[in-house]
Design a protein. Structure first.
Length: 459
């Protein structure tokens, strides 16, 4: 029976990967799990796009992230690490959408607005699949394959074959060079940088060979040829025009089923030329505008920084955030020198070491974790000469006061960026340049400094 084409949605359900709505709260590292003692029953495995290897078909990523998955009432969580984590994170500043402004004060506020009986319960259930596909492509189009079903975050699309199609049959069809040709023909380049974008809704209409028209023996042969590709080769980068023998055999078989509408050599030549042309065009366009763009960004960033600087000068952290009659300690570090900060947490204790570019230690302190965090955040905000409270209750209060202030500072910067003449596509670049002008590290705005037991930053 001669093969034909159909839409991907005819063979599979296509859905966006897991969307947590607040990654800072729901995505946990091993260190965070151990820090709060979060029980296994409140954890589910999840992989992030960065965990996947585009040089392999079958994925065997190391587990680095877990999903916090708790739907119990707080009264049923007494004495658990899960409840300790919920209460510790509730009042932390929430991450917001770039276009959404600074609307939500805390993680609890943001998640309560999303609805649901319990704000800390995930709004979606994680769904597994053995086939996952990235949302944007350069020269590699190969699907990510797993021997057993896994959950991946929203930077990938979940491809779940329908009842009459096995996952290996569908993965085989997506491994042929006809699949990237179909994607290349109808994809969008709206993401910039030459990336070919396929949003979840659009991907459902991507063209693929209709496996329903294959006889059982043809499906078996298709899978056998694809397995040879998966097990003996790496995914082809069509920007480089490197095709291997197992893929050639798979493509020959499928082209024959289609009646050989085009030669394999022409298929490869056209696909390579299209991919390479897309990427090269983006490089040329970027190179032409980069010099002028950089000049404009630096000029605007300098102007915005001058407007923001009085706000910083009027709210010195931490001195202006605790009573003047409190016991304090003065610290002084080199003003115009690049410093490397290493802060470590051991349970409730912390250790801070600050070194100059030559490796000389300019400050080393061991104290409570809150005290170390207070000093570290002051350094991240650009302070080099300041005083800190020494009484633990004052330290705790002072540290809590920084988060509303940081939200206000972030809002001041965002509003200045939004009203600038550069436009939204320079937003990240402009914010980075402004922070450099103000000598503020982006890490200063992170709500959870101890996401891992140790941080090392150069400021």
């Amino acid at each position: 029976m001669k093969a034909s084409w159909c839409h991907l949605r005819d063979l599979a359900d296509v859905e966006l990967g897991y969307k947590s709505l607040q990654n800072e709260f729901f995505y946990l590292s091993r260190d965070t799990i151990e820090q709060f003692g979060i029980e296994n029953e409140y954890l589910q495995d999840i992989f992030k796009f960065r965990d996947l290897d585009n040089q392999e078909f079958f994925q065997k990523p190391s587990q680095t992230t877990w999903l916090f998955y708790c739907r119990k009432n707080e009264t049923d969580l007494r004495g658990t690490g899960a409840l300790k984590y919920i209460r510790a994170m509730a009042k932390r500043p929430a991450a917001v959408k770039r276009q959404g402004g600074d609307k939500h004060a805390t993680i609890q506020d943001a998640l309560e607005e999303q609805g649901g009986k319990r704000w800390y319960a995930p709004k979606a259930s994680p769904k597994g699949a053995q086939i996952w596909l990235r949302k944007a492509f350069a020269g590699i189009f190969a699907p990510f394959l797993f021997e057993s079903a896994v959950t991946v975050d929203q930077r990938c699309n979940r491809i779940l074959p329908k009842d009459d199609i096995t996952w290996k049959e569908l993965a085989a069809a997506m491994t042929t060079s006809l699949f990237p040709l179909a994607l290349e023909a109808d994809g969008a380049c709206s993401m910039g940088g030459g990336a070919l974008e396929w949003k979840t809704k659009s991907l459902r209409t991507a063209k693929v060979i209709d496996l329903r028209r294959f006889e059982d023996r043809q499906r078996s042969e298709l899978v056998a040829l694809a397995e040879d590709v998966w097990k003996t080769t790496t995914p082809v980068d069509f920007n480089k025009n490197l095709v291997n023998k197992p893929l050639e055999e798979l493509d020959n078989y499928v082209l024959a089923l289609l009646g050989n509408p085009v030669s394999r050599e022409m298929l490869y030549a056209d696909l390579h030329a299209t991919v390479k042309g897309r990427i090269e065009k983006a490089k040329v366009r970027k190179a032409r505008s980069q010099v002028q763009d950089n000049a404009n960004v630096e000029e605007v960033a300098s102007a915005i920084a001058q407007v923001i600087q009085p706000f910083l000068d009027a709210h010195r952290f931490p001195e202006d955030f605790y009573p003047s009659n409190s016991a304090s300690q003065s610290l002084e570090l080199p003003e115009n020198a690049e410093l490397t900060i290493t802060a470590e947490q051991f349970m409730s204790h912390g250790h801070l070491r600050v070194e100059d570019v030559n490796g000389n230690i300019v400050l080393e302190i061991g104290n409570s974790a809150m005290y170390i965090e207070l000093i570290t955040r002051a350094l991240l905000i650009g302070r080099r000469r300041f005083s800190v409270p020494v009484e633990e209750n004052v330290v705790s209060t002072t540290l809590s006061e920084i988060f509303p202030w940081l939200r206000t500072l972030k809002k001041e910067i965002s509003e200045a960026v939004n009203t600038s003449a550069l436009g939204s596509r320079f937003e990240d670049q402009l914010i980075e340049a402004i922070l450099q002008e103000l000598r503020i590290s982006p890490a200063a705005f992170e709500p959870e400094m101890w996401a891992s037991s140790s941080i090392t930053l150069t400021v």
